[in-house]
Design a protein around this ligand. Structure first.
Ligand SMILES: [Zn+2]
Length: 298
């Protein structure tokens, strides 16, 4: 069981994911569950990338092709003989941060993932707001990119996004987005880590790229904060581990939100890469306690 104080202290067993073979995936989960030796009524909660429809149980994930469009919770529950629940990994991250991490003590927490992509999860009074088809808290998609940016000498074209739209926060706010902005601003083709390292050393091109990135991304994030009333935004993903980048984004966001706060609002997440696991475990613990009230599940 994971408590608020010991969330980072547990053993992680790993297996390669059989992404193409559903039967092998079921067997891998069965093996891991058996190794834990948990009682058969203890639910297995799986945090996975991609939206999961809380009504139908269907999952859309490009990372694990054999799960695409399936209802894996039902099949796994039959295979394992125990209750199985899937949760979106950004939602699990947000729940972990809200209950035991950087959002602890706040009533409304918007967990923001900024790294490979831009996404998030919304937690209100320690409960996930999953919303229609699981999209609650997903602030990364929608045509919101400004083309005129104060700190940019040139107009920034709206970039295509993997979701099919143009100008999403995901398209310019992610690690790849930082690289695209850097190239657009004349900095050349450079890895996002190298851009951030150059920014830390005060290199002019990188300083400009990060200033443009922070100004552009702070707009949609400020809107998300105004809309949800979140008083804290723990940031996970690759950017969440760069405390100085999060501080830069926080300054930009606080100049744009309606909430007047002298405290940081956008803060580094506490749990890093383990947040998904911790959120899934917290959800599992809650589901075990609430089996008599299925209609009230988080
Ligand atoms: Zn998009």
């Amino acid at each position: 069981m994971i408590g608020p104080e010991d969330g980072e202290d547990f053993t992680v067993r790993t297996r390669p994911t059989p992404g193409q073979d559903f039967g092998a995936l079921l067997d891998a989960f069965a093996e891991l569950a058996a190794a834990e030796g948990a009682a058969p009524d203890v639910p297995l909660v799986i945090a996975a990338a991609g939206p999961i429809d809380p009504e139908s149980g269907e999952i859309i994930t490009a990372n694990i092709p054999c799960l695409m469009g399936k209802r894996p919770a039902e099949a796994l529950a039959r295979h394992l003989g125990r209750p199985v629940h899937f949760v979106n990994d950004a939602d699990a991250f947000a729940l972990a941060e809200a209950i035991s991490g950087a959002g602890r003590g706040h009533r409304i927490v918007l967990g923001a993932i900024i790294g490979t992509g831009v996404g998030g999860g919304l937690v209100v009074e320690e409960r996930l707001v999953r919303g229609l088809q699981g999209i609650g808290g997903e602030w990364g998609h929608g045509p919101v990119a400004p083309t005129r940016v104060k700190v940019s000498p040139i107009e920034i074209p709206r970039m295509p996004c993997g979701c099919g739209q143009v100008g999403c926060a995901d398209s310019f706010g992610s690690a790849r987005g930082i690289e695209r902005l850097h190239a657009l601003l004349g900095g050349g083709e450079t890895d996002s880590r190298a851009i951030v390292a150059a920014w830390r050393q005060g290199a002019a091109a990188a300083v400009r790229t990060i200033a443009v990135w922070a100004e552009m991304l702070s707009g949609p994030l400020a809107m998300a904060i105004n809309l949800t009333g979140a008083s804290v935004v723990p940031v996970g993903g690759g950017i969440g581990t760069a405390v100085d980048l999060v501080e830069t984004l926080d300054r930009e966001v606080r100049s744009r939100i309606l909430l007047r706060s002298k405290q940081p609002v956008v803060v580094p997440a506490r749990f890093g890469a383990k947040a998904g696991l911790i959120g899934a475990a917290l959800l599992g613990a809650r589901l075990s306690q609430e089996t008599t009230r299925p209609a009230d599940r988080p």
